[in-house]
Design a protein around this ligand. Structure first.
Ligand code: ATP
Ligand code: MG
Length: 458
C-alpha cells in the first residue's frame, strides 16, 4: 500500500486530500508545514510526496529542493495557485515530478499520483527483475540489447495487455511506430484492427472528419457518409502519431472520446460508442506546449497515463551492431544481393557517429551501402554519413558557439552537454564537473535530474 506524504497548511484542503487518497487505497501522513514534512520523511518511508507551494516558513520549492538533495528518487508533486505558473516551471526544473494548478479536481490529482506511482513501480520492478533473473525482453523485429531499450521494452511488456493509454515520446526515427505496433500485437486486441493516423500530416479542417467520420451532407462534397478512424479502430488500437500537432478545437473532442469513449460523426446526431485502446506519440516536448497553452492540460494527463520514452540512438550505441546486421540482412534480401557482413573499420565508423536521425538514419545508410557495394562485406568507403548537420553554420551563433538543433529545448541541450562531458571524462564525475566548470555536487544534482544514477563513487 503506497504511503503518501501531504504537506498542506490549509486544514480543509489537507482533509480533502487525505480522504480522497484513502479512497484510492493509499495511506497518508500529513504535515502543515515543510519542516514537519521533512521530519516525517526522516522517520518513515514514503512513496510519494505532494506539497503546496505557499506554506508558512519554508516554502514548497525549498521543501522540494531539500527532499531532492536527500532522496532524489521520491516523486514530489507540487500544488500551486493559479497565476504562479512561472514558479511551477521553476519547480519542474528543481526536480518536481509534476505540478497541478489550483483549483484542481481531485480526479486530476489522483490521476497524476497514479501515474507517478506507476512509473516508480515499473522502474523498481524492472530493476529487480533484471537483477534477479537476468530477464531480457524480446520482441520480434525489435533490437534491444542495451539497458535503455530493455527498460522501454519492460514497460511495453507490462502495459501491452492492459487497456491503458500509452504516450510514446522520443526524437524522430527512434522507433515510436515500431513500439506502437508492438503494443498492439502484444495486447488482447491483437486480432482487432491497428489504425494509425498522423495528426501532423492532415490539415485541420480534414482531421476532424478523418478521426470521427461524417454523415452525408455534413459539408459540401460529403455525398455519402464515411466512418472515421475511431470507428474503424473499434475493438482494436488507434495510434495517433504527432499528437502534439492536434489543434485545440480537436483536442476537446479527443478528451471526450478518452473520457467517455463516445463521439458523434460530423453533421451527425447519433452518439457512437467505441471500444478502442489509444496509443499516442510525439517527438515534441508536450510539457513545453502545455506551458505555452497550445496543448490542453486535461488532455495531457489523460494521455500521459503510461509514458514510454524511447532513447535517441546516441544513448544506446550498444544496439548499433545488431541493428546493422538486421538491416544488412533485410536490404540484401530485398535487393537480391549476397552482402552478408561489415568490416570492423566500417562498424567503427558507425559506432562513432552521433546519429541525429536515429535508427531511421542508420537504416537509410545501410540501405545505401548495400545498394552501392559490389563486395560481400560492407566497407568503410560504402558508408556515406551525412555530416553536414553538425557543421551547418545555422547551428552556430554569430560568435561561433553551437546553437541548439531544431526541436531541442535549451534544457535538453544542456542535458546533452552534460552527458557529453561525462562521456569525454570516461564517466569520471569530478573530471566531467571540471570540464563544465561546475562543482561536483552541482553536477551530481544535474545528473540525478536527468536520470543518470550515481554509482556511489566516493
Ligand atoms: N530497436 C529497433 N530495432 C529494429 N528496428 C528499429 C528499431 N528502432 C527503430 N527501428 C526502425 O527504424 C525505422 C524508424 O523507426 P520508426 O518509424 O518507428 O520511428 P519513429 O520514432 O516513429 O519516427 P518519427 O518520429 O519520424 O515518426 C523503422 O524502419 C523501424 O523499423
Ligand atoms: Mg513515426
Amino acid at each position: 500500500m503506497p504511503n503518501i506524504l501531504i504537506v498542506e497548511d490549509e486544514a480543509k484542503m489537507q482533509r480533502l486530500l487525505q480522504l480522497s487518497l484513502a479512497e484510492e487505497g493509499y495511506t497518508t501522513r500529513s504535515a502543515s508545514d515543510a519542516e514537519q514534512g521533512l521530519r516525517l520523511l526522516r522517520q518513515e518511508k514514503f512513496d510519494l510526496a505532494i506539497t503546496d507551494l505557499k506554506l508558512p516558513g519554508m516554502d514548497g520549492l525549498e521543501f522540494l529542493q531539500t527532499v531532492k538533495r536527500t532522496d532524489a528518487r521520491i516523486p514530489v508533486i507540487l500544488m500551486t495557485a493559479f497565476g504562479t505558473i512561472e514558479t511551477a516551471v521553476q519547480a519542474m526544473k528543481a526536480g518536481a515530478s509534476d505540478y497541478v494548478l489550483k483549483p484542481f479536481s481531485l480526479e486530476e490529482i489522483k490521476l497524476i499520483i497514479k501515474k507517478e506511482l506507476n512509473v516508480l513501480r515499473l522502474q523498481e520492478e524492472n530493476r529487480d527483475l533484471r537483477e534477479a533473473l537476468g530477464k531480457r525482453y524480446q520482441f520480434r523485429n525489435i533490437i534491444a540489447r542495451s539497458a535503455k531499450m530493455q527498460e522501454a521494452l519492460a514497460v511495453v511488456d507490462r502495459v501491452a495487455p492492459t487497456n491503458s493509454t500509452v504516450l510514446l515520446g522520443g526524437e524522430s526515427g527512434v522507433g515510436k511506430d515500431l513500439i506502437a505496433r508492438a503494443i498492439h500485437q502484444h495486447s488482447r486486441r491483437s486480432s482487432g484492427p491497428f489504425i494509425k493516423i498522423n495528426c501532423a500530416a492532415i490539415p485541420e479542417n480534414l482531421l476532424e472528419s478523418e478521426l470521427f467520420g461524417y454523415e452525408k451532407g455534413a459539408f459540401t462534397g460529403a455525398v455519402s457518409a464515411k466512418p472515421g478512424k475511431f470507428e474503424l479502430a473499434d475493438k482494436g488500437t488507434i495510434f495517433l502519431d504527432e499528437i502534439g500537432d492536434v489543434p485545440p478545437s480537436i483536442q476537446v473532442k479527443l478528451l471526450r472520446v478518452l473520457q467517455e469513449r463516445e463521439f458523434e460523426r460530423l453533421g451527425g446526431t447519433k452518439t457512437l460508442k467505441v471500444d478502442v485502446r489509444l496509443v499516442a506519440a510525439t517527438n515534441r516536448d508536450l510539457r513545453a506546449a502545455l506551458e505555452q497553452g497550445s496543448f490542453r492540460e486535461d488532455l495531457y494527463y489523460r494521455l500521459n497515463v503510461v509514458p514510454i520514452n524511447i532513447p535517441p540512438l546516441r544513448e544506446h550505441k550498444e544496439d548499433i551492431p545488431d541493428l546493422v546486421h538486421l538491416f544488412i540482412e533485410r536490404f540484401a534480401g530485398e535487393a537480391g544481393k549476397s552482402v552478408s557482413g561489415i568490416t570492423p573499420a566500417a562498424m567503427k565508423k558507425l559506432m562513432e557517429f552521433h546519429w541525429p536521425g536515429n535508427v531511421r538514419e542508420l537504416e537509410n545508410i545501410i540501405e545505401r551501402a548495400v545498394a552501392l557495394t559490389s563486395r560481400p562485406q560492407i566497407e568503410e568507403s560504402d558508408i556515406r554519413l551525412d555530416l553536414s548537420p553538425s557543421i551547418a553554420p545555422k547551428e552556430l551563433t554569430s560568435s561561433g558557439v553551437p546553437f541548439p538543433p531544431e526541436g531541442m529545448t535549451l534544457e535538453q541541450f544542456e542535458d546533452e552537454i552534460i552527458r557529453e562531458a561525462l562521456r569525454r571524462a570516461n564517466g569520471n564525475k569530478s573530471q566531467a564537473a571540471r570540464l563544465l566548470g561546475l562543482s561536483r555536487n552541482a553536477l551530481r544534482y544535474r545528473l540525478s535530474k536527468i536520470g543518470v544514477a550515481d554509482e556511489g563513487e566516493p
